[in-house]
Every structure is written in structure tokens, then in C-alpha cells.
Design a protein around this ligand. Structure first.
Ligand SMILES: Cc1ncc(C[n+]2csc(CCOP(=O)(O)OP(=O)(O)O)c2C)c(N)n1
Ligand SMILES: [Mg+2]
Length: 272
């Protein structure tokens, strides 16, 4: 498919994400908009699943770590038919299936409850271990991939270090994790709290690390092809992304790369 059309599909995810936060008057648009390109390529070209049959046990699994990026997940799952536009309109409303942070609902495509950063990382490692266990016991016909999406906050959490180290040691080659590295977090740039080299950290644990522009569809696709071919190691796709990608206010001022784009409706504030 032409890159232009692929990018428009990602723009749809961005617009839905920004719109649902706007309507709810609360939520997190920025990270969701930056991660949209990866999620679009993953779901439309790689994830081996059937949205109409979530009980198929050999389906690929997707675990979201940063639950605050739920608008991104709900948006793609609306494009796949698992959610409706009305459910998006009820984002963050009491009793709706679209709470601010996703809650386990496998039928609708939500494989894990998320919110506490780092937990999605560990759940994905656990699921990848379970997949290898099933294959060792019953044969490779049970093989499937486990995909995870993690952000700056999740990479910083200590729980992720234990899980990441174990995944490398066990050589969980069917685990593929995308790191949305936008260098922005809740109230500061990440450089205010950390200076470690994440690629080197995961390499030291035995991971296959692929660094890309996380907003470029071709680079995302190439990285996922390589990750799928890996036979020995878990893969970390380290994608540099832009917080709030593409968002402008009415006067043309950009919301991109701003800490303030992390966790409030775009329309509710002046750009700082
Ligand atoms: C264990 C845990 N500690 C603190 C928080 C509060 N929190 C929510 S989002 C966030 C930082 C998010 O930064 P990042 O993961 O980079 O997401 P982005 O700002 O890029 O959307 C924090 C600290 C949390 N959700 N979980
Ligand atoms: Mg971030």
C-alpha cells in the first residue's frame, strides 16, 4: 500500500485519540498520537489474529504497558471492529468499556489491564514464557508472537529490569517490544531523571535491539520483519517518536514535543 495512505490511517488513529480526550475533557492525547504509526503497521500488517474470534488461543498477543495511551488502543480496535464509535464517545465515562486506562476484556481485544507503568512489560514476558512452555510441551504448532508497547515511564520502572533481564536470558525470540521513546514524560523531559543508554541496556541482557524513527512506516515495517525473523533473542524496537505528532492549534502553533501534551485535552490550554 502507498505510504501516503498508510500515513492517513495512522492520522485517523491520532484524530480519534485527540477527539475522545477532547470530548471527555480529560485524558492523554500526546503519547497516543506519537505511537499511532507503530500501532497502525502492527495491527494492519503483522498481528496474526481474528478480531471476530478472540477465543482463538494461538492468536498473537498485544500488551499495552502505558495504560494512559488507551486512546491509541481503543482507536485501532475501533478500526478493526472490536469497539464502536459510540464507545469512543463514552471514553472515561462511568460503566463504559473505554475507561481512561484499559481493563482486561479479551473479547474486545484488551489483553491486559494497564496503568501501573512496567506491568505490561512483565505481563508480556510472562505470556512469552507461557507460549514457549506450550510449544515445548505440545509442539511448535502452538507458536505465536507476543507484542508489547512500552514507553519512557515503563522502561524506567524497576519491575521492567527484572523482566527484561529474564527475557534475554531465556532467549524469548517470540517476544517483540516497541519502545515509544519520545523523551517526554508526565512533567519533565526524561533527561531530568535518567541518562542511561536503553539500547545498550537491553543488548547487555541479550536482546536484539533495532533503533528506528518510530514515526516512519517503512522503518517500522522493516524492523518488524527483522524481529519476526529472529530465532534466538527477544527484540526491542527502539522507536524515536514525537509526542503529539501532527497537532497544531488554530493559529498554527505546534503541540509537538511538549510536556503539557502528555496529559490534558489539546483544546484546554495554551501551548507552553
Ligand atoms: C508505576 C507508575 N508510577 C507512576 C505512574 C504515573 N504516571 C502516569 S504516566 C507517567 C509518565 C509517562 O511518561 P511516558 O511513559 O513517557 O508517557 P508519555 O508522556 O510519553 O505519554 C507517570 C509517571 C504510573 N502510571 N505508574
Ligand atoms: Mg514518553
Amino acid at each position: 500500500m502507498k505510504k501516503e495512505i498508510v500515513n492517513k490511517a495512522a492520522d485517523n488513529i491520532r484524530i480519534l485519540a485527540a477527539a475522545m480526550v477532547e470530548k471527555a475533557k480529560s485524558g492523554h492525547p500526546g503519547g497516543a498520537m506519537g505511537g499511532a504509526d507503530f500501532i497502525n503497521i502492527l495491527y494492519s500488517e503483522f498481528l496474526n489474529w481474528d478480531p471476530s474470534d478472540m477465543s482463538w488461543h494461538n492468536r498473537d498477543r498485544f500488551f499495552l504497558d502505558p495504560g494512559h495511551m488507551s486512546p491509541m488502543l481503543y482507536s485501532i480496535l475501533t478500526l478493526t471492529g472490536n469497539f464502536t464509535l459510540d464507545e469512543l464517545k463514552n471514553f472515561r465515562q462511568w460503566g463504559s468499556p473505554t475507561p481512561g486506562h484499559p481493563e482486561l476484556d479479551v473479547k474486545k481485544g484488551i489483553e491486559n489491564t494497564s496503568g501501573p507503568l512496567g506491568q505490561g512489560h512483565t505481563m508480556a514476558v510472562g505470556a512469552a514464557i507461557a507460549e514457549r512452555f506450550l510449544c515445548a510441551r505440545f509442539g511448535e504448532w502452538m507458536a505465536h508472537k507476543t507484542f508489547a508497547f512500552v514507553s519512557d515511564g515503563g522502561v524506567q520502572e524497576e519491575i521492567s529490569q527484572g523482566a527484561g533481564r529474564l527475557a534475554g536470558f531465556l532467549g524469548l525470540h517470540n517476544l517483540i517490544m516497541f519502545y515509544d521513546s519520545n523523551d517526554i514524560q508526565l512533567s519533565t523531559e526524561t533527561k531530568a531523571v535518567t541518562c542511561e543508554n536503553t539500547a545498550m541496556k537491553y543488548e547487555a541482557w541479550g536482546w536484539n535491539v533495532i533503533s528506528i524513527n518510530g514515526n516512519d512506516a517503512d522503518e517500522i515495517r522493516a524492523a518488524l520483519i527483522k524481529a519476526n525473523e529472529e530465532k534466538r533473542r527477544p527484540t526491542l524496537i527502539l522507536g524515536k517518536t514525537i509526542m503529539g505528532k501532527g497537532a497544531l492549534d488554530a493559529s498554527g502553533n505546534s503541540f509537538e514535543r511538549k510536556t503539557s501534551t502528555h496529559g490534558m485535552p489539546l483544546g484546554e490550554r495554551c501551548i507552553v
